[in-house]
Write a protein that binds this ligand. Structure first.
Ligand SMILES: Nc1ncnc2c1ncn2[C@@H]1O[C@H](COP(=O)(O)OP(=O)(O)OP(=O)(O)O)[C@@H](O)[C@H]1O
Ligand SMILES: [Mg+2]
Length: 243
C-alpha cells in the first residue's frame, strides 16, 4: 500500500474538520477524494503531507508510520502535492521554480541513479506537463491555469511515489480538461500513485477508479467510482451544499 490513513482527526479549536477518516491508496491507483465545499478535503491532504499534522489517528506512507512528519521529510520520502492556490516564488522564472524543487526535493533518495542535469530535467518536466508558455517567463506574470500547470511540474520535480492533487483542474475550459486528463494518465503511467481532490465530475469519472466521499469531515461513502456516483447519500450531500 502506498498510503493509509487510520482514523485521522483534525481539530481547529471547536471545529472537527476531519473526523476519523481512514482511507488507502494502492500502488498505481488514482483515487478521488470528493465532498462539498468545507468538507475537510484540503485539511486531510495537509494532515497527510505534514503541513498541519493530525490531532489524532495515524498516517502510514510506503509502509512506514509518518504521522506528524514535517512536509520536507514527506517530500524527501516521495510524497508530493499541488496546492489549491499555488504560490511559486514570484520573482523566479517558471523554470527556476521547478529547478528549486528538483534540487531540494529529493535529497535522501538520490533521484534515479545516473547524474541528471537538473536544468534539463526541469525543462523536460515543463514539457511533460505541457506548460503552455515559455519556461523563462517570470512566475508573477502567470495566470491561474498556467500557475496550476507550473505547480504540477514543481510537484513532479522531487520524483514522488505519491502525488496529492488539490483541485488541479478548477477554472479549466473544456479543451484544457481533456489535456489535464491526458497528463494525469501520463503521470500515473510513470508509476506515480495519485490521490486527487476534485469537484469536476467529468474529470473524476474519467480518471478515478475509486472514490472516497467526505461530508462535514466524516467519510460517508467509498468504493468503485460508478457505484459511489450512484449512491443516494452522495447526491444528497452535494444537494445540501452550494453545489
Ligand atoms: N487553519 C484553519 N483554522 C480553522 N479552521 C480551518 C482551518 N483550515 C480549514 N478550516 C475549516 O475546516 C473546514 C474544512 O476546510 P477545508 O479547506 O479542508 O475544506 P475543503 O473540503 O477543502 O473545501 P473546498 O472544497 O472549499 O476547498 C472548514 O470549515 C474550514 O473553515
Ligand atoms: Mg479545499
Amino acid at each position: 500500500m502506498v498510503l493509509e490513513t487510520h482514523d485521522v482527526v483534525k481539530r481547529f479549536s471547536g471545529l472537527v474538520a476531519v473526523n476519523e477518516v481512514s482511507l488507502h491508496v494502492a500502488e498505481g491507483e488514482i483515487v478521488g477524494l470528493i465532498g462539498p465545499n468545507g468538507a475537510g478535503k484540503t485539511t486531510l491532504l495537509n494532515a497527510i503531507a505534514g503541513l498541519a499534522p493530525p490531532t489524532s489517528g495515524r498516517v502510514v506512507f510506503l509502509g512506514k508510520e509518518t504521522t506528524g512528519f514535517p512536509p520536507e521529510k514527506m517530500c524527501h520520502m516521495g510524497l508530493s502535492r499541488t496546492f489549491q492556490i499555488p504560490r511559486p516564488f514570484p520573482k523566479m522564472t517558471a523554470l527556476e521554480n521547478v529547478l528549486t524543487a528538483a534540487v531540494f526535493g529529493k535529497k535522501e533518495r538520490g533521484g534515479g541513479g545516473a547524474k541528471t542535469d537538473p536544468w534539463r530535467a526541469s525543462r523536460e518536466l515543463l514539457e511533460f506537463v505541457e506548460f503552455p508558455v515559455s519556461a523563462d517567463i517570470l512566475s508573477e506574470n502567470l495566470n491561474t491555469v498556467q500557475l496550476k500547470r507550473l505547480d504540477l511540474a514543481r510537484a513532479l520535480a522531487s520524483s514522488p511515489r505519491l502525488l496529492l492533487l488539490d483541485e488541479l483542474a478548477a477554472g479549466l475550459t473544456e479543451g484544457e480538461l481533456k489535456d489535464i486528463i491526458r497528463i494525469i494518465f501520463k503521470i500515473r503511467d510513470r508509476g506515480i500513485s495519485i490521490l486527487m481532490v476534485e469537484h469536476i465530475m467529468q474529470l473524476i469519472m474519467s480518471l478515478c477508479e475509486r472514490l472516497v466521499v467526505i461530508q462535514f469531515g466524516t467519510k460517508i461513502a467509498e468504493g468503485p467510482t460508478q457505484d459511489v456516483a450512484r449512491d443516494p447519500k452522495v447526491a444528497e450531500a452535494y444537494l445540501g451544499s452550494s453545489h
